[in-house]
Design a protein around this ligand. Structure first.
Ligand code: SF4
Ligand code: FE
Length: 488
């Protein structure tokens, strides 16, 4: 069975024995928890759309490992067409959820681990690539959700993993046994971990020979003994706990989530290990994963941007300002910025190339340029959306007031916009804009645009490495007729 239904996915999550803490308490039933459920619904949409004939082309693919039809969120890219379809799929998912749908991290981890393990095996005669292929064949056949865990807490950023006062600040091997390894540490900012069946762990930075115990990559089920998660807070998150909450949520059905995940002496069997002490390959794995995830943002954020642009246009219509020239111009600017991000996602995909293992990788320079733009443009799009929404977005009363028999009629009367549009609908669209720009989805649309897949400086380092300034100097010399430099 390669494609699960949405219902089968939800049932499969119920079988996991996850340890999730929120507000200092262990959660008994994460699947039905009102604060977690919208994020689960976002992942479930990856299953739902894959079953719809009109989305089959984008949402599914044929596995290079077993020849079966699989969800594209588990695909090992076989061409630049696959890379472009990935971005298009993410844009579609962003349009349908207006939130982070979480499943891309495992996809990006898988493609990075697939190609890197091939190269490690060639250099060291290890068996990591076969380990990974066997593991990923299982993931594809079971249609599972996999979290990709990269970011360590990192402690003192000026020190390498082995120099930290507390060696656990980077996840590490604490014991080597004949049948496997025992690891200890934590991974921060773990997108979608509570909705995942499995987790692929990777190192977070390049390593030196003395960092051998920290150069480790592996996969385990998310309910493995020793793993527990601490659920991250999001702006306005407790609104979801309010009885009957709907309008005030802005996006009642969908959301994302982040967790701090602790690995408290977790055993990993040998056949689930993909890197174990080969420090010289840690950097390659990080660079490739980051590259794929920087490409991803040229799809997912664009899809959410589409919803935000639509919401801003609706808000202007409901205010009676839809035909004003400055409103039209702001919508043009938002569209221009959003499509620029999409251009970057498509460009780094189109310029992709095969790795030694045969899967396809994005153009790293262009993927980093993509993500660098993502650290900026969603903020400007959000600013323009707030401009068009007007101040009412942050001053209007709650839905309980709107529904109150005594106060409600006053709100209905005085917060009315154009004739023919209910005050409730006006409030709904403003709450949606609030959700994306300031509320729970702002975690994904704004701050994650800044820090997700690496903070802006990380992309600038890669851009400086890949930018090839010396070749550009040669171009300039050629045109300017500079044959020999004076000081030579
Ligand atoms: Fe996918 Fe975007 Fe969420 Fe990353 S931020 S997991 S790319 S939806
Ligand atoms: Fe992310």
């Amino acid at each position: 069975m390669a494609l699960k239904t949405k219902e089968q996915y939800i049932e499969s999550l119920r079988k996991l024995n996850l340890k999730v803490y929120m507000f200092g308490e262990l959660i008994e039933n994460p699947v039905d928890h009102p604060m977690i459920r919208p994020s689960l619904n976002s992942v479930a949409m990856t299953y739902e759309l894959a079953k719809q004939p009109e989305h089959e082309e984008l949402m599914t693919s044929t596995s290079n490992l077993n020849g079966e039809q699989i969800n594209r969120f588990t695909h090992i890219h076989q061409s630049t067409d696959d890379l472009r379809k990935k971005v298009k799929m993410q844009r579609l998912m962003g349009q349908k959820t207006a939130a982070c749908f979480q499943r891309c991290v495992g996809l990006d981890a898988a493609n990075a681990v697939y190609s890197t393990t091939y190269e490690i095996d060639k250099a060291y005669g290890t068996n990591y690539h076969e380990n990974f292929k066997k593991y990923w064949d299982y993931i594809q056949k079971e249609d599972l959700v996999v979290d990709g865990a990269m970011t360590d807490p990192k402690g003192d950023r000026g020190l390498s993993p082995s120099q930290q006062a507390d060696p656990d600040l980077y996840l590490r091997v604490v014991e080597r046994r004949p049948d496997g390894i025992v690891v200890r540490g934590a991974k921060a900012h773990q997108t979608g971990m509570v909705n995942s069946h499995e987790v692929i762990v990777m190192p977070t930075i390049s390593m030196r020979p003395e960092d051998k115990d920290w150069a480790v990559s592996f996969a385990v089920p998310t309910d493995t003994d020793g793993i527990f998660m601490i659920y991250g807070r999001q702006s306005c998150d407790t609104r979801k706990l309010e009885e009957g909450a709907d309008i005030d949520l802005g996006n009642k059905n969908f959301g994302g989530h982040e967790t701090l995940v602790i690995f408290d002496d977790v055993f990993v069997p040998n056949d689930r290990i993909f890197l174990n002490g080969e420090t010289d390959f840690a950097g390659m794995l990080v660079e490739r994963f980051a590259g794929y995830h920087r490409q991803s943002y040229g799809g997912c954020k664009v899809g959410v941007g589409d919803v935000l642009i639509g919401a801003a246009a609706l808000a202007a219509d409901y205010n009676g300002a839809g035909k004003a020239s400055h409103v039209k111009d702001k919508l043009i600017e938002m569209t221009h910025l959003n499509e620029t991000l999409y251009c970057c996602g498509m460009a780094c995909s189109s310029e992709g190339c095969p790795t030694a293992s045969g899967n396809y990788q994005i153009d790293l320079l262009l993927a980093n340029v993509c993500k660098q733009n993502v650290t900026r443009y969603p903020y400007e799009i959000a600013r323009l959306a707030e401009d068009l929404a007007g101040g009412l977005m942050v001053t209007m009363p709650s839905e309980k007031d709107l529904k109150d028999p005594k106060i409600g009629p006053y709100i209905e009367k005085y917060l009315k916009g154009v004739d023919g549009v209910s005050t409730e609908n006006r409030m709904r669209v403003l709450r949606l804009i609030e959700n994306i720009t300031l509320g729970t989805a702002a975690v994904g649309y704004r701050t994650e645009s800044m820090h997700g897949a690496g903070s802006p400086q990380a992309q600038r380092i890669m851009i400086s490495r890949q930018g090839n300034i010396s070749a550009k100097k040669e171009l300039a010399k050629e045109i300017a007729g500079i044959k020999e430099e004076q000081n030579k």
